[in-house]
Design a protein around this ligand. Structure first.
Ligand SMILES: *Cc1c(COP(=O)(O)O)cnc(C)c1O
Length: 383
C-alpha cells in the first residue's frame, strides 16, 4: 500500500534536508561535536561559535536581540518556564493569571499546577472564530494580575489572536505577556518588538527543524525563576549542556523559514483555497475557526451527519488529525472544538488538514477526492 498523504504538518514537520545536513556535521569527532561550554580548547570554541551563530539566526526571525534567546527542549518546556517562572518570581505582586480555554495542554497543565499552589487562573472563553479579543483580556485584568498567556495561533483551528493589541494592553497595565508561538513562528511574521511580547515560546519541529529543541524569548529586564538548576547555563534561566546539533538545526530552520516566508505563505494559501474550494460545496461541511484571521497551512472542517470514527477509518489514505483526542482509554471530543461551540458528535466528525513546505496541489486534489468518496459512501450506508 502507498504511504498516506501527509497532511498533518501542524502536529510536526519533517526536517528540511538542508537542516539535517547541518546537524549531521555536529556529531562526530570530525565534526563540531564539542561542549560549547568548554573554554579551554579549540573544539569548545568552535561549538560555542556554532551555538551563537544559531542564536543570532533565531533572534533575527523574531526581531529580538540574541541575548534574549534561552534554549529549551521545545515549546512545552518553554511554556513551563515562562508560566511557572513568572508565577514564582512575581507572586509577591499578585497571584492572578489570565489565559484561554483553548490553549495547548503545555499551557493549561502548568496553569492547573499553579492553581493547586494557590494561584488564581482566569480561562477566557474564545469567540466563535477561535480568537480572544483585547476587550476580553481588558475585562479580565485585575490589580493582582501578573501574567497574560495566550497562543499566537491555535494548533487545531489555525485562528490568529490579535497579539499586538493584547500586548499593548498588557504593557499599559504593567502585566507580563507570554505568547505560545509554536504554530506561528516560521509560518507568519512574528516580531516581539512590534507585537509587544515579553515572553515567546518557539518549537523547532513545527517549522522544519529538529524535535527536542525550542526557545523561550525573554525580553531584557524581565525576571523569571529558573525551573532547571545545574550549572547556570543560559544566564541562569535554563541549565544543561547545550545540544549543539539541535541548536544548529533550529538556527538553520529559522534562517530558511525567514527566507521562504513570503513564498511559503503564497504556496499554502493557494493550497488551502484549493482544498476549501473542493470541500465547501459538499453538504453538511462547515469551517471551524476564523475565515479571515487564520494561518494558511491549517484548515479545520466538520462533516455533519457522519460518524467521526468511520470517517477517519475511510480516510486511511490521508494522514490527518481528527477532532477526537485519545484520553487514556476513551476518545474524547476536542476541548478546543467544544469551546468554539461544537457538540460532541460534530467535534468527533471534524478533521484538521494541515499543509506545509512539501505539500503539493496534486496531494490536495487527491485529498478532496478521497473525502468526497468517503462521505458519499458513509451517507449511503447510513441512509
Ligand atoms: C506543538 C505545540 C506545543 C508543544 O511543542 P513541543 O516543542 O512539541 O514541546 C506547544 N504549543 C503549541 C501551540 C503547539 O502547537
Amino acid at each position: 500500500m502507498m504511504n498516506p498523504i501527509y497532511l498533518d504538518y501542524a502536529a510536526t514537520t519533517p526536517m528540511d534536508p538542508e537542516v539535517a545536513q547541518q546537524m549531521a556535521a555536529c556529531l562526530t569527532l570530525e565534526g563540531n561535536f564539542a561542549n560549547p561550554a568548554s573554554r579551554s580548547h579549540r573544539y569548545g570554541w568552535m561549538a560555542e561559535q556554532a551555538v551563537e551563530n544559531a542564536r543570532a539566526q533565531m533572534a533575527k526571525l523574531i526581531s529580538s536581540d540574541a541575548r534574549e534567546i534561552v534554549w529549551t527542549s521545545g515549546a512545552t518546556e518553554a511554556n513551563n518556564l515562562a508560566i511557572k517562572g513568572v508565577a514564582q518570581q512575581h507572586s509577591a505582586k499578585g497571584k492572578h493569571i489570565i489565559t484561554s480555554a483553548i490553549e495547548h495542554k503545555a499551557v493549561l497543565d502548568p496553569c492547573e499546577y499553579l492553581s493547586a499552589q494557590g494561584f488564581e487562573i482566569t480561562y477566557l472563553a474564545p469567540q466563535a472564530d477561535g480568537t480572544v479579543s483585547a476587550a476580553q483580556v481588558q475585562a479580565a485584568l485585575r490589580s493582582d494580575t501578573i501574567l497574560v498567556s495566550l497562543m499566537y495561533v491555535n494548533n487545531e483551528l489555525g485562528s490568529i489572536n490579535p497579539v499586538q493589541a493584547i500586548g499593548e494592553l498588557c504593557r499599559a497595565h504593567g502585566v507580563l505577556f507570554h505568547v505560545d508561538g509554536a504554530q506561528a513562528v516560521g509560518k507568519m511574521p512574528v516580531d516581539v518588538q512590534a507585537h509587544n511580547i515579553d515572553l515567546l515560546s518557539v518549537s523547532g519541529h513545527k517549522f522544519y527543524g529538529p524535535k527536542g529543541i525550542g526557545i523561550l524569548y525573554v525580553r531584557r529586564g524581565v525576571k523569571i525563576a529558573a525551573q532547571i538548576h545545574g550549572g547556570g547555563h543560559e544566564r541562569g534561566m535554563r541549565s544543561g549542556t547545550l545540544a549543539t546539533h539541535q541548536i544548529v538545526g533550529l538556527g538553520a530552520a529559522a534562517q530558511m523559514s525567514q527566507q521562504l516566508l513570503a513564498t511559503e505563505e503564497a504556496h499554502l494559501s493557494a493550497l488551502r483555497a484549493q482544498l476549501w474550494g473542493g470541500l465547501q460545496g459538499i453538504e453538511g461541511v462547515t469551517l471551524n475557526g476564523s475565515a479571515q484571521h487564520s494561518v494558511p497551512g491549517i484548515l479545520n472542517i466538520s462533516f455533519a451527519g457522519v460518524d467521526g470514527e468511520s470517517l477517519l477509518l475511510s480516510l486511511a489514505d490521508l494522514a490527518v488529525s481528527s477532532g477526537s483526542a485519545c484520553n487514556s482509554a476513551t476518545m474524547a471530543p476536542s476541548y478546543v472544538l467544544k469551546a468554539v461551540g461544537l457538540g460532541d458528535d460534530l467535534a468527533h466528525a471534524s478533521i484538521r488538514f494541515s499543509m506545509g513546505r512539501f505539500s503539493t496541489l496534486e496531494e490536495v486534489n487527491q485529498a478532496v477526492g478521497s473525502v468526497g468518496t468517503a462521505l458519499k459512501r458513509l451517507r449511503e450506508t447510513a441512509a
